[in-house]
Design a protein around this ligand. Structure first.
Ligand code: AMP
Ligand code: MG
Length: 403
């Protein structure tokens, strides 16, 4: 059985193998959050475009503004003002944050370090050359590549695109990810379940996870545990870039997903991973569509999605597979888990100063979504370490959607 790291590697290798040209579209920067860039974005001019003052104060020649010196104030420059006149000798000019520093001036002295009497400004401490000025072109020279294909667009990237005058960006079309839950007991969320039925919560969590990962969910609802229904709905799912199924991949008599996928010609790369929850996770390809069969218990579905489907969505977007958000933390209370499998336990991490301290939350196993809804991470208990003591260093997998 593969470890989760090996299984992840397998997913990444298979998707890298299938890499080809991707469809792209122009997306407004107001809508482009979470898209992956498919072009180079260059600066249209130097940044900053002029020597910019970073403080409210006085623009001076540093050599003239020594401690205790007095200079005559000859005017003011607001942000946005056109600055044509060089600074006259033995003079200073009042300047605002974001305004252009005039030629001749090489420092801005904060207003807090001056006193003023009419036109006369007295400097309390010596000005240093360059202080409080960001020189023209120091952030970027005109024509420099600022954003590259494959970059994920977050708020800073979008801000940069706005700064360099790019209201539209060429982005990879989001991969379409078909979502199909399975199970005779499953009813849609707007239906009243019978006494022994449950609502289809997996389609909701999967759609959210697909969106967070940068994909576009395609909702196919639920298939009954019958070959014909599964066959028809899986076939529909195979029209998309990826198909994610929940349920029906365990050893039960009515777990038919693998059988139906096989009938449809799927090639499997793994059908079990040494993790709990999530052991029966399946990954393969059917035609051009990547297929994930995730176990149906809600927390299993969520964990296996984060481990295996997120990197696939990255690569389908033309981005590198992002690393798992694993960090070290100090264990708050001792744990005892069965060795042999890597455990992912719902847990809460809190930062005490620089130290992250994590505690597993009480839970009833992989059906217990309520526990996960109070968790902000998974505590990762490695397969070779059943007993972990309080104070030990452990790894946690962050839930980036809530942290
Ligand atoms: P399975 O993997 O099909 O054996 O299902 C494992 C458990 O997950 C069972 O208790 C199912 O009722 C539950 N389950 C399966 N599909 C869903 C779903 N779409 N939403 C919520 N729970 C589900
Ligand atoms: Mg089932």
């Amino acid at each position: 059985m593969l470890t989760y790291q090996q299984a992840r590697r397998t997913v990444i290798e298979q998707l890298e193998k299938a890499k080809g040209p991707r469809a792209t579209a122009n997306i407004s920067i107001w809508d482009a959050l979470g898209f992956v860039l498919a072009e180079e974005v260059k600066t249209d001019r130097d940044y900053p475009p002029f020597h910019r003052s970073t403080r409210d104060g006085y623009a001076v020649r540093a050599t003239e503004a020594s401690a205790g010196a007095t200079l005559r104030c000859v005017g003011e420059i607001k942000a946005g003002d056109t600055v044509a006149q060089p600074l006259a000798p033995r003079a200073c000019v009042q300047i605002m944050t974001g305004a252009a520093v005039p030629d001749g001036a090489d420092a801005v002295v904060m207003i807090e370090h001056t006193s003023r009497d009419g036109d006369s400004v007295r400097f309390e401490r010596a000005a240093q050359p360059g202080q409080n000025i960001v020189p023209r072109g120091s952030e970027a020279q005109r024509g420099k590549t600022m954003l590259s294909p494959g970059m994920r667009l977050g708020y800073a990237e979008l801000s940069l695109a706005a700064q360099v005058g790019r209201p539209q960006l060429r982005c990879a079309n989001k991969p379409r990810v078909a979502l199909l839950s399975t199970g005779d007991e499953v009813v849609s969320v707007d239906q009243q379940p019978g006494a022994f039925q449950i609502r289809n919560s997996n389609s909701v969590s999967l759609a959210a996870q697909v969106r967070l990962a940068g994909g576009e969910p395609v909702l196919l609802g639920n298939a009954a545990d019958r070959v014909e229904d599964l066959h028809a709905k899986i076939e529909r799912g195979l029209k998309e870039h990826a198909l994610v199924l929940s349920g029906g991949v365990s050893m039960g008599k009515y777990d038919l997903v693998e059988t139906v996928l096989k009938d449809l010609g799927a090639q499997f790369h793994f059908d079990a991973v040494a993790i709990r929850p999530g052991k029966p996770a399946v990954f393969g390809k059917c035609g051009d569509t990547f297929v994930f069969g995730l176990p149906g218990n809600p927390v299993s579905t969520m964990v296996t999605f984060e481990l295996f489907v997120v990197p696939a969505i990255d690569l389908l977007n033309g981005a590198p597979a992002r690393d798992l958000p694993l960090v070290e933390a100090r264990l708050g209370a001792a744990l005892n888990e069965k060795p042999g499998l890597t455990h992912f336990l719902p847990a809460r991490v809190e930062w005490r100063g620089a130290t992250a301290e994590v505690k597993a939350l009480p839970w009833q196993g992989s059906g217990d979504v309520a526990a996960l809804a109070h968790a902000n991470c998974f505590l990762v208990v490695p397969s070779d370490r059943g007993q972990v003591n309080a104070g030990d260093s452990v790894q946690i997998l962050l839930r980036k959607d809530v942290i």
